[in-house]
Design a protein around this ligand. Structure first.
Ligand code: LLP
Length: 441
């Protein structure tokens, strides 16, 4: 069984496990991850892109972007489902390797990689290091050369396409830290970096990488960016005689956070992108490269929810005399920073019982010492919502636990996987003793 079900008596189950049982066994707050759901999204993306790109005669690899959430089990699940793993730091790389993901199936990103991270990646034989600056091209080449290795690299470029849910998570416009700009044609920073990567014998230039942003719901940006990258590839071939084999189109596939919102459909987008790259490469007169994509949120986001227990409930009179019911829960911005950081919207439901009481305008808030500590800005909850009630917040699987903090010395919640009626802890709950253990007095 996959997904959330609710009986007439209000018994809510995730993958066949009752939320009461989960709360009783593991406490709250807790992140709950539906393994079958995650796996089917992973294989769904892989199948959709493989099918659509097979139609145009191109291969494609799907890398799961581990920044969205990574643990040993999750790395194994996505590997089982035929995905590769994209990492952005030495920590993510270590988890992927420890999980048994083969080095050649791992990519390493980062705009400021340490020597340690680069060397670990080289020694693990990662399939690709995505380089993000001219200086890094020299560093990776030097570190590889010193070890008698040839580093497989992609150059990350910025296409000028500005996409995604929030300025902080849009990555391909000009004034930000990632990638090398394609602006300037033959003299662009991107072209200079690609040429340098071709020149250095310690590097094998696999291809060009573009990531345009995150939580993208308008698919046209992917098509525009793909065209820009394919054009750059053709220009590089003209200038150097090297037609690179691979193009990565990044991640960023948007999901539904609220009831009624519609996620990007992987089949649809795969077909659209495939059609557009086919048209571009016909115009350019270059054969198609192998493609890859790096979805994170779309794989793990909808597969996760957070369970909270309600504490204080406080009616607060707002602007025009209306009342907003502030419902405090036992977590907050330490387990989900996204509302505070991006103004992200979520949906909460009472899951422990059924109430016939009229809904009221509510705001779900955390237990931290800031008024911006909001879990759900605006939601209708039954008017009798009270201490001890269980609330579930949907679609918290991505960038929840992975961006969690210990603000106010709050221990981070566990991640509990549910599969076929059974629950298993993937990451245990932190304790105050864990926090004290770091403190050297
Ligand atoms: N590839 C690269 C190079 C990336 O930088 C990212 C995300 C991804 C793939 C995966 O993007 P996704 O498919 O998950 O959208 N913390 C923010 C999202 C930051 C995304 C950063 N890079 C949030 O909570 O919305």
């Amino acid at each position: 069984s996959r997904g959330v079900s609710r009986s007439a008596e209000g018994d809510v189950r995730v993958a066949g496990v009752s939320v009461h049982e989960l709360a009783a066994q593991h406490g709250t707050p807790a992140y709950v991850l539906d393994e079958a759901d995650l796996r089917s999204r992973a294989s769904g993306y892989r199948r959709a892109f493989e099918a659509a790109f097979a139609e145009i005669g191109a291969g494609v690899d799907v890398y799961y972007a581990g920044k969205a959430f990574l643990s040993l089990a999750v790395a194994r699940w996505v590997h089982d489902e035929g995905l590769r793993v994209d990492t952005a730091t030495g920590g993510e790389l270590a988890i992927a390797l420890r999980a048994g993901v083969p080095g050649p199936h791992i990519g390493l990103h980062g705009n400021n990689k340490s020597d340690d991270e680069i060397v670990t990646a080289l020694e693990a034989g990662v399939g690709r290091i995505i380089v993000d600056s001219l200086v890094e091209i020299e560093r990776v080449a030097d570190l590889a050369g010193a070890r008698g290795l040839v580093a497989p690299v992609m150059v990350r470029v910025t296409t000028g396409v500005h996409a995604g849910g929030h300025e902080y998570i849009s990555t391909a416009h000009e004034d930000q830290k990632f990638g090398l700009s394609v602006a300037g044609g033959a003299d662009s920073p991107a072209m200079a970096a690609l040429r340098r990567a071709v020149e250095r014998p310690e590097l094998h230039l696999l291809g060009i990488h573009s990531h345009i942003g995150s939580q993208i719901l308008d698919p046209s940006g992917f098509e525009v960016a793909a065209r820009v990258v394919l054009t750059l590839r053709a220009e590089l071939a003209e200038r150097t005689g090297v037609l690179v084999d691979e193009v990565d189109l990044g991640g960023g596939y948007g999901i539904a956070y609220l009831p009624g919102e519609v996620a990007l459909d992987p089949d649809r987008i795969a077909k659209d992108v495939a059609a557009s790259v086919q048209a571009s490469s016909a115009d350019l007169g270059t054969p198609l490269p192998r493609f890859s994509i790096e979805p994170g949120r779309a794989i793990v986001g909808p597969a996760g929810l957070t369970l909270y227990t309600v504490g204080t409930v406080k009616p607060v009179r707002i602007d025009d005399g209306r009342v907003r019911t502030y419902v405090s829960v036992d977590g907050g911005m330490s387990d989900n920073i996204r509302p505070a950081l991006y103004g992200a919207q979520y949906h909460a439901e009472l899951v422990g019982r059924v109430s016939q009481v009229e809904p009221v305008l509510a705001r779900v808030v955390g237990k931290h010492c800031e008024s911006g500590d909001i879990v759900v800005h605006e939601v209708q909850l039954p008017g009798d919502v009270r201490a001890g009630d269980l609330l579930a917040v949907a679609a918290t699987g991505a960038y929840g636990r992975s961006m969690a903090s210990n603000y106010n010395q709050v221990p981070r919640p566990p991640v509990v996987a549910v599969t076929d009626g059974r629950a298993r802890v993937l990451l245990r709950r932190e304790t105050v003793d864990d926090l004290l253990a770091l403190d050297q007095g």
